[in-house]
Design a protein around this ligand. Structure first.
Ligand code: SN0
Length: 315
């Protein structure tokens, strides 16, 4: 694997999830693969799980890891071509990405959407420039429209904990006070549409995701109906796709509670984290027996390790 940016870069998602679960059983068996190989992790936005789990995954594989918090420690980056750089930006992405590619064997990049210009975000302009100029294999640490390492960890978690061959998985929108990216729900949807699950998306009117990611999903505006008999519930806020990046008024009653869980099949509740308590998800769920959010976050290591392993094998 030379590039990991979406589900489309993976030939067999079930085999990749199975590989992640094998690595979980035997984390250090592939240390030879990473010997004298360096992973560079470049963050244009904050991170906790992605940074630590990807770093841990690389260390398990015997790699060296270097982290650059570009947003805080790097030069202010210019992303547009053909501009006169007489403002606050100091270094162009063309040089920055190319130079980073000189120092490492694989690069991970995180770059959130601006949520202002839909075309710019959905064309993945920043991420694709990085891929184009760095000249080494790239793994997405969440781009403007997708978070594939998270989605793989989610598939790993569902594969690991399911109690029937084809579980019902529900992605349900949650309230928030800030416009958040569509990356996590887009990505989760496109992975679930390819997974062996019965997949439903529930959101208030106006929060339709781009159909590029939801082909095959059942989509409803009725949360209670969606939750009936659910085995896994994936809670996530996202801002509107149209009008782009906006929060629509109302919908506070979409926060999941134990009461709403009663119609499910003892559903396990997932969230990619960070989660805002009692806004997106109630204390009673996060602190109760239904929540698997920490277990899910733990599986980020094995997802990242499976991807890095396949990348090291194709260097
Ligand atoms: C990000 C998102 O894409 O929704 C990262 C998730 C892995 N989440 C946030 O930016 C949360 C910010 C907040 O203020 O709650």
């Amino acid at each position: 694997m030379k590039l990991f940016t979406s589900v489309h870069d993976v030939t067999d998602i079930n085999a990749l999830a199975a590989e992640a679960l094998q690595l979980k059983q035997n984390p250090y068996a592939q240390q030879h693969l990473g010997k004298n190989k360096t992973l560079g992790l470049v963050f244009l936005n904050p991170s906790l799980r992605t940074r630590m789990s990807t770093q841990k995954a690389a260390l398990n594989l015997g790699m060296n890891v270097m982290v650059l918090n570009m947003d805080k420690e790097g030069w202010a980056l210019e992303l547009q071509d053909g501009v006169v750089m007489n403002g606050s930006t100091v270094e162009h992405i063309r040089e920055a990405a190319a130079v980073l590619g000189q120092y490492v064997d694989i690069i991970g990049v995180r770059s959130f959407p601006g949520l202002k210009n839909r075309d710019e975000d959905y064309n993945e302009e920043i991420f694709n420039k990085f891929v184009k100029y760095c000249g080494v294999p790239v793994v997405s640490l969440e781009s403007a429209t997708r978070h594939p390492l998270q989605s793989l960890a989610d598939l790993v978690t569902i594969t690991e904990l399911k109690t029937k061959a084809r579980p019902k998985v529900v992605l349900t929108w949650a309230p928030h006070i800030k416009p958040l990216p569509q990356a996590v729900p887009n990505s989760f949807a496109e992975w679930m549409c390819k997974a062996d699950v019965d997949f439903t998306i529930a959101h208030p009117k106006g929060y339709e995701l781009s159909t590029d990611f939801t082909d095959g999903a059942t989509i409803t505006h009725n949360q209670d109906e969606a939750l009936a008999d659910a085995d896994f519930i994936y809670v996530k806020n996202w801002s509107a796709f149209e009008p782009y990046g906006k929060i629509l008024p109302g919908n506070e009653d979409w926060m999941l509670t134990n009461e709403k869980l009663k119609v499910t099949n003892h559903a396990k509740v997932m969230h990619c984290l960070p989660v805002r308590r009692n806004l997106e998800l109630s204390d009673e769920i996060l602190d109760g027996p239904s929540s698997i959010v920490v277990h899910e976050a733990g599986n980020r290591v094995w997802a990242a390790q499976a991807v890095l392993k396949q990348m090291l094998e194709s260097l």
